[in-house]
Design a protein. Structure first.
Lengths: 237, 237
């Protein structure tokens, strides 16, 4: 079985988060000097603290931006600008899906040979609407939207899918969320880096040396079908 | 198989949404006269429109409250009050779980006789943390957090659970979300009304007359084990 991550693996996502961040800084930058690194650190700190309560996704980001805007401006942010920040979140939630190069062909080719599932985190409603808009929803036998991608979550999902870790390959752009936890369980990982990485995903536990033989790194999704063929040939099962 | 709804079926939820609404009205009521029914209608209208983009749950509610506060006060709401509204959302997300009367005993008794699953909508991270805090997570063989409870969603979930609708009973407080869609598919419904119903759940499609023989209404979760025994005896399978 092959599992696919969604954001920045199948379609663009981090680009839109960065655009949102730029719009946010334009708004808050009219009140305070954001070139001051303390202000940026404070925003990052508020986001990090809020992830535990709000979880991942656009709504969480929007609420953190609003809270940080109030704190950074010491309450001076006006209602119209608060509304502009809410609108940043709405715009992201309805933004058209932009599939990455070669994704449709690669996923469909893989799906002809293996059961394929989508495993992603983020806002439930946002991820579901992106899957629908991608045209790929019928290709995936199962779509799992989870709150955290750690070994416990993968253990539960693989148990529900009735697949052994050694028979499972996860494909994704995040070493922290898509690769290391699956390798830890004895599964396989195909890392396809994206040109942007969310700051909260950067601090990754690297795979341990013993797990590296079960990891591949590709430059593009186009290389995936061939890589899976090679993995299947080399796998003991 | 028996499916349970979560909010206002296993634990209190709408009470906290009403408390949140009261706190919100205290804040906004300092700027405008909320006894004016137009103001309340405007808030309800903004919430309804935003449900399509933001989905269900506390984060969605909080963002709608912020947006409505800006619009209702014509931008006069100050930063400290915006922050208070963010805090309403945070407080709800970390509020201790309060199980309803008799729930633990009833669910555990049912789980000894049938596979039991939890099917709920709302914020992924919030529902997961409530399930953990409830002490019931190991009782449920599966926890499905969905973005909408309509016949399509139940069809998908029952297919994934490999159970026929005629062998499935859904237990919940909402006719709209828990009972009618399951009856429509040929399943069974046990309605346990809660003393409060969220305004957005009130406009329910009532079950059709032909489906009523597969519906029961109980005053309390305590009556559930006995009711399921009677249903099993009367069911053709």
């Amino acid at each position: 079985m092959v599992g696919f991550d969604a954001d920045d693996t199948l379609w663009r996502s981090e680009d839109f988060f960065e655009e949102a961040q730029d719009r946010y800084e334009d708004i808050v930058g009219r009140y305070i000097d954001l070139s001051d690194s303390t202000a940026r650190e404070q925003l990052y700190g508020i986001e990090t603290a809020n992830l535990k309560v709000f979880g991942y996704g656009v709504k969480s980001m929007t609420l953190s931006m609003i809270e940080a805007a109030v704190l950074l401006t010491e309450g001076r942010i006006d209602g119209a600008d608060v509304h502009r920040i809410v609108q940043i979140g709405k715009d992201m939630l309805v933004h058209p899906v932009e599939l990455l190069d070669g994704v449709t062909e690669a996923v469909e080719e893989v799906a002809r040979r293996f059961p394929v599932v989508l495993i992603t985190k983020g806002d439930l409603i946002h991820q579901e609407s992106k899957v629908r808009a991608s045209g790929l929803s019928s290709t995936f036998s199962r779509i799992e939207i989870v709150s955290e991608k750690d070994p416990q979550t993968y253990t539960r999902v693989l148990r529900e899918l009735e697949v052994e870790p050694g028979q499972f390959v996860m494909v994704g752009n995040s070493v922290r969320s898509d690769i290391t936890p699956v390798l830890t369980l004895g599964g396989w990982g195909v890392h396809i880096p994206y040109h942007l990485t969310w700051q909260h995903e950067v601090q990754a536990e690297p795979p341990s040396d013993g797990d590296l033989p079960r990891m591949r790194t590709l430059a593009s999704m186009r290389e995936l079908p061939e890589t899976l063929t090679a993995l299947t040939d080399s796998s003991p099962a």
